[in-house]
Design a protein around this ligand. Structure first.
Ligand code: GDP
Ligand code: IMO
Ligand code: MG
Length: 420
């Protein structure tokens, strides 16, 4: 099984790359996160944004699996299915959901909102999809799983969980879910029962034994990982490669290549530290050129220069074997492009990601000459080749894909140079 994941703070372009390479796989499996994700695909003039459903769904002959590590909101899931049907894609046969995946209830979303409101200025900047509270119920052993939808005591289980949530909400003095939201959720749950559910660990074991190729699709990014991200400004799941094992029930020794997706610069949406952030006209220019507005919430994304200590950290934590560099076209026409090679922390130079990434970190940059490149180029401009070589040398991993536009076709596959 190969793994594809985000190497920064999310929105690197994972959806695009999965869609591009999906024809090389029989199964695409999402392993964590939920509808906080927004994975954008663009081809034949149409844009599609997926939140829960894996990004292989547009490729004929590919099965798409929602793994046990994913949290599913039945209402959002059904909306996605309907949007796909409207686009002429019938997922009834090709979409599988793990019985062990946890369900997001309307009261999880209410709790998310209450927790953020309670934090005030210190809020995480959550997408408010109920992700944190749902994973809390999972590890707290209170959660409701897709498999429970087929148990006769389902109404009791829902009532017990709702009662717990209502108690918590009253502690926050916060409103619960509306009656309409509850009714919509119950209706969606009823429809969700009509989809194909599996024990994903067994399904994938059989697929791998019979020689099928499986690609695990990550959501969010390494720096949003609950353990290794910029805690507490992170999401609530394991976004790293190890999360693909626990989020799908696949053993570590079955992992093959691990592709890290990163942008030629950095973005972050929501609160939290961001050492190379540009709060100036350059940051604004990148946001504009890159259309850096959230696919899920529409919020403006914070923009900054490429951060090599952070990328090196992502390579280490995930065991990344190859990288895909996205959105190099967004920097087209800039005279100078800066790259952070080190941090200065309390006066000392370091190439390591420190424990505390909040104030006090000063990025150290090198300046590189800019380029202008298009996805249709046969050869990349020399300046871009130099940029690529600088990153490869700094992190010790080859960049095998360069993306120069949002469209499927605007992708350059580079020959894999064997690591020396
Ligand atoms: P994901 O969450 O990692 O799948 O990424 P998102 O879909 O949230 O954000 C990536 C955005 O950049 C989407 O709007 C893509 O259509 C767009 N995109 C992806 N690759 C490129 C690229 O190489 N160039 C440009 N200009 N846009 C890209
Ligand atoms: P994709 O898969 C970028 C961010 C939120 C917030 C923090 C916690 O599209 O890359 P949560 O809703 O999980 O409680 O939010 O994580 N976040 C993302 N940022 N891309 C994502 O997903 C994200 N999913 C969550 O903005 O800062
Ligand atoms: Mg996204």
């Amino acid at each position: 099984m190969d793994v594809l994941l985000g190497a920064q703070w999310g929105d690197e372009g994972k959806g695009k790359v999965v869609d591009v390479i999906a024809p090389g796989y029989e199964v695409i499996a999402r392993f964590q996160g939920g509808p906080n994700a927004g994975h954008t695909l663009l081809f034949e003039g149409h844009k599609h944004v997926l939140h829960t459903i894996p990004s292989g769904v547009f490729r004929a002959g590919t099965m798409n699996l929602v793994g046990n590590g994913v949290v599913v909101d039945p209402v959002i899931f059904l909306k996605e299915v309907r949007a796909l049907e409207a686009a002429g894609v019938d997922v009834r046969e090709t979409l599988l959901i793990s019985r062990r995946a946890h369900l997001i209830l309307p009261t999880h979303r209410a709790l998310d909102a209450a927790s953020e409101a309670d934090k005030g200025k210190a809020k995480i900047g959550s997408t408010l999809k109920g992700i944190g509270p749902t994973y809390m119920d999972k590890t707290g052993r209170n959660g409701l799983r897709v498999g429970d939808l087929f148990q006769s005591d389902l109404p009791d289980r829902i009532a017990v969980l709702k009662r717990k949530h209502e108690r918590l909400l009253s502690l926050y003095d916060a409103p619960g879910a509306s009656a309409e939201a509850e009714a919509e959720w119950l209706d969606a749950v009823e429809q969700l029962r009509g989809f194909r559910t599996v024990d994903c660990e067994h399904y994938l074991d059989e697929a791998l034994r019979s020689g099928k190729r499986v690609l695990a699709e990550g959501a969010q990014g390494t720096l949003l990982d609950v353990d290794f991200g910029t805690y507490p400004f992170v999401t609530s799941s394991s976004t790293i490669c190890a999360g693909a094992c626990t989020g799908l029930g696949v053993a570590p020794n079955r992992i093959g290549s691990i592709t890290g997706i990163f942008k030629a610069y950095c973005t972050r949406v929501g609160s939290g530290p961001f050492p190379t952030e540009l709060n100036d006209a350059t940051g604004e220019a990148i946001r504009k050129a890159g259309h850096e507005f959230g696919s899920t919430t529409g919020r403006p994304r914070r923009c900054g220069w490429l951060d090599l200590p952070a990328l090196r950290y992502a390579v280490m934590i995930n065991g990344i074997t190859e990288l895909a560099m996205m959105k190099a076209d967004v920097l087209n026409g800039m005279d100078t492009i800066r790259v952070c090679t080190h941090y200065r922390v309390n006066g000392a130079l370091t190439a390591r990601m420190p424990y505390d990434v909040s104030a006090g970190i000063e990025p150290v940059y090198i300046d590189m000459k800019g380029w202008t490149a298009a996805g249709t180029d046969q050869r990349l401009p020399l300046e871009l080749e130099r940029y690529i070589a600088t990153v490869e040398e700094a992190v010790g991993v080859p960049i095998t894909i360069v993306s120069l536009g949002p469209d499927r076709a605007e992708t350059i596959m580079r020959e894999r140079v064997p690591a020396s």
